[in-house]
Design a protein around this ligand. Structure first.
Ligand SMILES: NC(=O)c1ccc[n+]([C@@H]2O[C@H](COP(=O)([O-])OP(=O)(O)OC[C@H]3O[C@@H](n4cnc5c(N)ncnc54)[C@H](O)[C@@H]3O)[C@@H](O)[C@H]2O)c1
Length: 260
């Protein structure tokens, strides 16, 4: 269905959950998949260790990646069970740093896909904080967390990073149009993975509220085909977009907020 055969595709967060399901789906459709994760894994054609919270580790991983890549899925992410600075390093600053480092290697028509979340639904309400977050480098994260007291607001680190990924994607809508490169987002609601268990520990009521809306929890296999579509030529005219893959949770919020 999708023209994935023979494409060399890099997937972060490849060792678990949505990333692992994405690796399986892409390989089943003929892609050559390079998995990038802090944890070891043998599910991809090639595994490259990376710690997205470390500039040095990102540079080392980039040095090991092929000269030409046909797409990148930024799936790795941390739940807000660790200090805010670490969530921001991995989910946002490290993810952007890896993407920027790989841009020169992306071939014509490549897709870049970021895993955002239903958690980013109200992103416009925090636009000033988001703009500041998009300008962060590794060295500035601690001061940013302190200034905005992010650690004092349960889950805010996670929500902020997912909001910022959406905003980044919109900002980059036409940046690489001459190279046919597109950046898009996928936003799941609750998907049964280890991250969800960790998330529920911090955000219990919020996670439960979303789960009440849908008829079943999402599975990683519900998300992988959407990522694959955005990496394929079938989505060539989709750029700067966000696709909710959430059993209707985003539509439910919209319906409630607009009296539908
Ligand atoms: N599961 C959900 O309910 C849900 C909902 C919305 C969005 N998401 C997003 O989907 C993505 C995948 O989440 P998941 O649910 O599959 O989680 P998961 O915990 O199963 O997988 C996350 C992966 O990221 C890797 N990772 C963590 N820290 C890293 C680091 N420093 N460097 C490199 N890799 C690192 C982990 O080793 C793991 O393999 C995340 O970005 C998450 O925010 C998940």
């Amino acid at each position: 269905m999708f023209d994935l055969k023979g494409k060399a595709l890099a997937v972060t967060g490849s060792a678990s959950g949505i990333g692992a399901a994405t690796v399986d789906y892409l390989r089943a459709h003929g892609a050559y998949v390079i998995g990038l994760d802090i944890r070891p894994s043998d599910n991809a054609d090639e595994h490259i260790a990376i710690d997205l919270s470390s500039r040095k580790s990102i540079d080392e991983a980039v040095a090991r990646l092929p000269e030409k890549i046909d797409g990148l899925a930024n799936v790795a992410g941390l739940a807000p069970t660790v200090p805010a600075a670490q969530v921001i390093r991995v989910n946002l600053v490290g993810t952007m740093a890896l993407t920027n480092a790989l841009l020169p290697r992306l071939t014509y028509g490549s897709g870049i896909v970021n895993l955002s979340s239903i958690a980013a639904f109200h992103w416009q309400q925090s636009i000033d904080q988001i703009k500041e977050a998009l300008d962060l480098s590794f060295g500035k994260i601690d001061a940013f967390v302190e200034k905005h007291r992010i650690d004092d607001q349960p889950g805010r680190s996670y929500f902020l990073t997912k909001e910022a990924l959406l905003a980044w994607c919109i900002r980059q809508r036409r940046t690489w149009v001459d190279r046919g490169i597109r950046m898009n987002c996928v936003s799941p609601a609750a998907v049964s993975t280890p991250l969800l268990d960790a998330f529920a520990g911090v955000m219990g009521e919020r996670t439960k509220k979303d789960s009440d809306i849908v008829e079943r929890s999402g599975a990683p296999a519900d998300i992988a085909p959407v990522i694959a579509f955005l990496l394929s030529g079938a989505s060539a005219w989709i750029r700067g977009a966000n696709i909710p893959a959430d059993g209707g949770v985003a539509a439910h919020y919209l319906a409630q907020e607009n009296g539908l």
